[in-house]
Ligand binder design. Sequence first.
Ligand code: GLU
Ligand code: ZN
Length: 492
Amino acid sequence: MANATPVRVRFCPSPTGNPHVGLVRTALFNWAFARHHQGTLVFRIEDTDAARDSEESYNQLLDSMKWLGFDWDEGPEVGGPHAPYRQSQRMDLYKEVADKLLAGGYAYPCYCTTEELDARREAARKAGRPSGYDGTCRSLSEEQKAAYEAEGRASIIRFRMPDEPITFTDLVRGELTFTPDNVPDYGIVRANGAPLYTLVNPVDDALMDITHVLRGEDLLSSTPRQIALYKALIELGYAKYIPAFGHLPYVMGEGNKKLSKRDPQASLNLYRERGFLPEGLLNYLALLGWSFSADRDLFSVAELVEKFDIADVNANPARFDLKKAEAINADHIRQLDLASFIAACEPWLTAPHATWAPEDFDQAAWEAIAPHAQTRLTVLSDITANVDFLFRKEPVEDEASWTKAMKGEPVALLTTARAKLLDADWSSAESLKNAVLAAGEEHGLKLGKAQAPVRVAVTGRTVGLPLFESLEILGKDRTVARIDAALAKLAA
Ligand code: GLU
Ligand code: ZN
């Protein structure tokens, strides 16, 4: 690949279910690489597997990319010079290339049945020989082919691998060599004519002039095959050059096992639903194999783009750490300006999350409490329970909180606190605090113990935002009414 060639990278998922974090990291690194080099990001949909692909997953993919803030220069919705970008609409092209590969001798029909292949693989394994395809159909004569056809045997199309080793320099792992024993001839078209990933992926990379293939380590074994296929495509005039390849490290989950697509922690939707900020999630995912600097984990997407280089990606497996993801997201929440924080919380303060009637929502109270919430949230979805006491007619009933807080002499404490709060200055959280502090002193209780019954009476929960600011925003009348309701419940 010529150095002056503008960067063209691709993100090419299969629409087969909820996007997972591994996929998001791959998209992120490709996007950041493209933006860093002022290159082009091609978004291609690898939907040739009709049994597994769905329109719903396709729509979800596009929606996820947009939510994450990725844009693409060619692909669905934006089009481009290599359209269409959905492989299901490119079948004629794959047929044409497969025919040319057959005609040029780069590929051949293989008539072996599954049973024959299995039996020979088993025998090879027992004899300690390489157990990949053994080349049986590599040089069938026209008569042999005709005889198989007459027998009614079906054939797949198999690509002929060269007999010498393949060496390439991985952008992450350095120089790698694959010997022919480890990379046998492989299928590119099924017996029913359906082209396989092994064909369509490199063919599209070639036709779309992709310069860098950045993808997960799980695909490393397909790279020598694709390089061999690329050489054929260059000879046939379909490709200009072989792209550079960089394989991103595995992501490990619980128990040091590879994070699997089925792992609930791997689902992008989970992070969306919990109220991760896209910036927070991307910041964390960037750390899976890359680092900003030795002493800085927190950065913006713009800073990532500015600094990202595939050469800095580490080949070692990366460990997915939910706690760290949450901590980084919390830091991004703190960094929002207040207006953005207020806007970001909006979905969690309306249906279906709100547990109060829409007309009971009070914008002024929300804006007053918001700064206290912004410094405490880990994920935005926590906002609902943190502020519901302001909008609900009655606080939530949480039995565990009630039992925990209403120990000792809650009636005496609450009665004293009520009287002192009535006399306090309601424009000062400090004054409200002093009222509860003084009530506690009368009953031999420290502030922590004294405020617990007040908090549960007013908010329904033992934990929440700073209590005295909360009371000030809720107001005197509603606070006192809730203490009265708690006293009545304690008396009953
Ligand atoms: N559609 C393939 C996948 O989602 C793309 C792999 C690649 O990047 O080559 O695994
Ligand atoms: Zn065969």
